[in-house]
Design a protein around this ligand. Sequence first.
Ligand SMILES: Nc1ncnc2c1ncn2[C@@H]1O[C@H](COP(=O)(O)OP(=O)(O)OP(=O)(O)O)[C@@H](O)[C@H]1O
Ligand SMILES: [Mg+2]
Length: 344
Amino acid sequence: MILPQHELEDGRKQVQRMTAILEIHDLHVSYRSSGSELSPALKGVSFRLMPGEIMGVLGESGSGKSTLAGSLVRLLPGNALVTGGTVQFEGKDLLQANPDELQAIRGRHISLIFQEPSLALHPTIRVGEQVRQVLAAHGSRGKRTLNERTRQIFAEIFPEETDRISRSYPHQLSGGQRQRVLIAQAIACGPSVVVADEPTASLDPTTQMEILGVFRRLRERLGLAMIFITHNPALLSDFADHVLVLYAGEVAECGPAESVLGLPRHPYTKALFQSTPAVSGKPGTGRKAKLPVILGDSSRSSLPIRGCCFEPRCTERMEICKEREPSPANLSVSHTVSCFKYES
Ligand SMILES: Nc1ncnc2c1ncn2[C@@H]1O[C@H](COP(=O)(O)OP(=O)(O)OP(=O)(O)O)[C@@H](O)[C@H]1O
Ligand SMILES: [Mg+2]
């Protein structure tokens, strides 16, 4: 497998041969609504995550980001149905794994940080104990080993206040500190992949940047690969290696962060970028500037029956966009755009 291109210091390109740690191919997930009707949420999503890589997943509300996160560890609502595709982790298809195999993989190899931090912590148990329980549930034995490992994890995430934070109850911590406790739980068993579903959505811009700093350090120190889900492209610059843009359950664009964020090609990626405020400290639109909005919406009733799903909202639409769906066009070995403007 040839992926991806890395820029060398002298500017030459080197094509590295590496094996993906996670490979998603043609993933289809639907939700069963009233009766037996199925509503698609993911329609043929494919991408690869390399060891130690940060993949940013971008998209508006309802684009399928959480459905994708849940599919990767098979933690989906009861009415969700995976109707096709594969999710290969180190060569094994997680969609075919039995409950015991999945239990062994979750937390230990891939862990998920949920979108709602307030629901994830027990209010009356000290946070240190909550991390200790995660370790114990995944097979760590012996009081001393558990205590030592818990302390190591807290020292990694809270180097300055290791003991105080560990002894605190969730309500004694700030939102950013609670989010760090969830990160501590997620890394407790030494996974190689962390899937973080909008982990900073409820935090102020400064705390958001601090949390990104924690993730960055963990990647450097532990070599973690990460899928970082957000609706805010500004969070991904200087952070993600690759960016995948989801629109209505389909991949609109996927490629190296510097190309997708620096020169977005898909009309949806461009519109998403223009309609998002910059994070504080980043260049971009000022606080009071009026942001353009992407007119229309991506609700199921607004999606066209045929053609490109973004066509009704696209400012660059052509006749062909109404006729059929675009296939992903390769701009480079690792940058694809599903738009007729780039089809050869
Ligand atoms: N339990 C469910 N039952 C039925 N439909 C669902 C369910 N969960 C999600 N959906 C639908 O699936 C689609 C994708 O939802 P998903 O939660 O994955 O989007 P998202 O990108 O995570 O949105 P957000 O940014 O708001 O978190 C949406 O149309 C949503 O309404
Ligand atoms: Mg979501």
